[in-house]
Design a protein around this ligand. Structure first.
Ligand SMILES: CC(=O)N[C@H]1[C@@H](OP(=O)(O)OP(=O)(O)OC[C@H]2O[C@@H](n3ccc(=O)[nH]c3=O)[C@H](O)[C@@H]2O)O[C@H](CO)[C@@H](O)[C@@H]1O[C@H](C)C(=O)N[C@@H](C)C(=O)N[C@H](CCC(=O)O)C(=O)O
Ligand SMILES: Nc1ncnc2c1ncn2[C@@H]1O[C@H](COP(=O)(O)OP(=O)(O)OP(=O)(O)O)[C@@H](O)[C@H]1O
Length: 485
């Protein structure tokens, strides 16, 4: 949509230079500028976007939006460039969330899984392609599946994708909302018709500084949300959210939860439980294993019920839902080799403990875990990962995750420092580490390859390399042959 000067001034809340008639698009990256665009110069963590104003003008930008004047450039000076980017993106794309029902899912662990369950339920209830998904693993637009790059992308991509969904006839959208997404204003101005909070555990303190700030970012989503809001009653931060924000309902096994989990029964193929809620009681059967997935399913089912989806439709969709990519993905089932291989996205100590407890439950022998921690991120979780692996796996092989710009050996050392040395070894080459685990596996064992889940690229200091845990497992097993050595 073209924004003329009065519209620009209204959207930005500041004066726009007389020589700017209109803009036809917006971006924060000078390399993506097209003629007639507004370039929003973000004061980044590493660089100041105003340094790229000349590049943007050279590519035909009509307007620079920045937090300080840019000499010689037609500049609208705003107090908050990221907020301005979000506001412009919403207007340029015709404010799509005002014509959609967007459901935001946030929390440290379980966002993707909960989003998949909710998407399955809403898609089942309103007809396949008419429910969209924006998640860490995939973006689904009118039934078409695409890999995602971020959990919550930049505002221009958020608004552009919502607009595309609207054009394709989508009516409801499930969106994973990361704390980066809120704090960096990627979803500011998006209208949320419902929201769900899974839990809060230590992570991302490199961005937020403290748990209070981290919580505040999550909480903000609930202040904007107009429709039903649900929070996990089993999590202390979830209870706090429910006590601080009007209208937040709770779910979980806790007495007094509005959507109360009862009678959990676990079998090798899935989990059954009942959800008692204000209007009735619903029996649910899900293919997802583990107590944490009971909560993920309960939250998603609760939110769907709260939005008016009929209970039978919720139960049918939960029963029939497929695999969440890279979440407790059984790459090798026990019957094939005598041992199981599971790929899981666990990359926090809480996530790793959750998946290893389930692996322990299905293992008739040992649990062998290949794991690591990412670089350029909150370093405090590294020894915690090691501690958890030693507590819940019989053997831990510490390897390289996404090291980004950090030395993989240094990260592995910090992870291993929290682990029990008698059951821990370090193999920095991820492929070799997985190979070592597969060679060690005996009948009845479970091998867990943790950290990368659905991802297909490893980010290393010397560049990005293709790497997909599930594919690597399959390749290694093929190399090893049927008898395995
Ligand atoms: C740590 C972080 O979130 N960084 C974000 C931040 O980058 P930055 O401040 O370092 O950017 P910078 O390099 O200093 O550049 C400043 C500005 O100059 C612009 N620029 C730069 C070069 C150029 O030639 N021209 C140009 O215009 C850049 O586009 C940018 O707007 O601002 C950029 C623009 O908004 C983001 O793309 C970038 O996200 C990066 C890619 C990222 O990796 N983010 C991760 C941590 C993230 O957001 N993760 C969460 C999920 C986390 C989880 O739950 O696990 C997510 O939602 O995906
Ligand atoms: N409710 C939960 N509580 C604790 N751990 C969980 C929960 N749900 C999932 N996990 C663990 O965390 C891993 C990641 O799950 P999922 O991708 O659903 O979370 P996420 O919040 O989307 O993660 P990310 O923010 O990195 O995208 C799972 O593979 C599992 O090991």
């Amino acid at each position: 949509m073209i924004l003329d000067r009065p519209n620009l001034a209204r959207t930005l809340g500041v004066e726009v230079p007389q020589r700017v008639d209109s803009v036809c698009g917006v971006t924060h990256d000078s390399r993506a500028v097209e003629p007639g665009f507004a370039f929003v110069a973000i004061p980044g963590f590493k660089r100041d976007g105003t340094a790229f104003a000349a590049d943007a003008l050279g590519r035909g930008a009509s307007l620079i939006v920045a937090e300080r004047p840019v000499p010689g450039a037609p500049t609208a000076v705003v107090p908050d460039a990221r907020g301005a980017l979000a506001a412009l993106a919403r207007e340029v794309f015709g404010d799509p969330s005002s014509k959609l029902e967007v459901y935001g899912v946030t929390g440290t662990n379980g966002k993707t899984t909960t989003s998949y369950v909710l998407h399955s339920v809403l898609a089942g209830a309103c007809g396949g392609g008419t429910c969209g998904l924006m998640s860490t693993a995939e973006t689904i637009v009118a039934g078409e599946r695409r890999p995602s790059v971020r959990t919550t992308p930049e505002a221009t991509e958020v608004q552009g994708t919502l607009a595309e969904m609207l054009r394709a006839g989508v009516g409801r959208v499930v969106m994973e909302v990361s704390s980066h997404g809120v704090a960096l204003r990627r979803v500011t101005g998006t209208r949320f018709a419902g929201a769900l909070f899974t839990n809060l555990t230590r992570d991302h303190l490199d961005l937020h500084g403290s748990m209070e700030e981290y919580f505040a970012a999550k909480r903000e989503l609930f202040l904007w949300t107009e429709g039903p809001k649900l929070a996990n009653a089993e999590d202390a931060w979830g209870r706090r959210l429910a006590s601080e924000v009007d209208g937040v309902l709770t779910f979980g096994g806790t007495a007094g939860a509005d959507y109360r989990v009862e009678g959990v029964e676990t079998a090798a193929g899935g989990t059954r439980f009942s959800l008692r809620y204000p209007e009735g009681i619903l029996d649910l059967e899900s293919p997802l294993l583990g107590p944490y997935n009971v909560l993920n399913v309960a939250g998603a089912a609760g939110l769907a019920l709260a939005t008016g989806v009929e209970s039978g439709a919720v139960a049918t969709a939960v029963r029939g839902m497929g695999q969440v990519p890279g979440r407790f993905e059984r790459v090798v089932a026990a019957g094939e080799r005598g041992f199981e291989v599971i790929v899981d996205y666990a990359h926090t100590d809480v996530g790793l403990e959750a998946v290893l407890r389930v692996a322990r439950g299905v293992s008739e022998g040992s649990v062998i875990c290949v794991y690591g921690a990412a670089g350029d991120r909150d370093g405090a979780k590294r020894p915690a990962m090691g501690r958890v692996a030693s507590l819940f796996a019989d053997r831990g092989i510490v390897t390289t995750d996404d090291a980004y710009t950090e030395d993989p050996g240094k990260i592995a050392g910090e992870v291993a420092a929290g682990a029990d040395p008698s059951r821990t070894e370090v193999e920095l080459d991820r492929r070799a580490a997985i190979r070592r685990a597969l060679l060690a596996a005996r009948p009845g064992d479970v091998v867990v390859v943790a950290g990368k889940g659905h991802e297909t690229v490893q980010h290393l200091p010397w560049g990005d390399v293709p790497f997909h845990d599930a594919k690597v497992v399959e390749e290694l097993l093929a190399e090893m042959g049927p008898n395995g050595r």
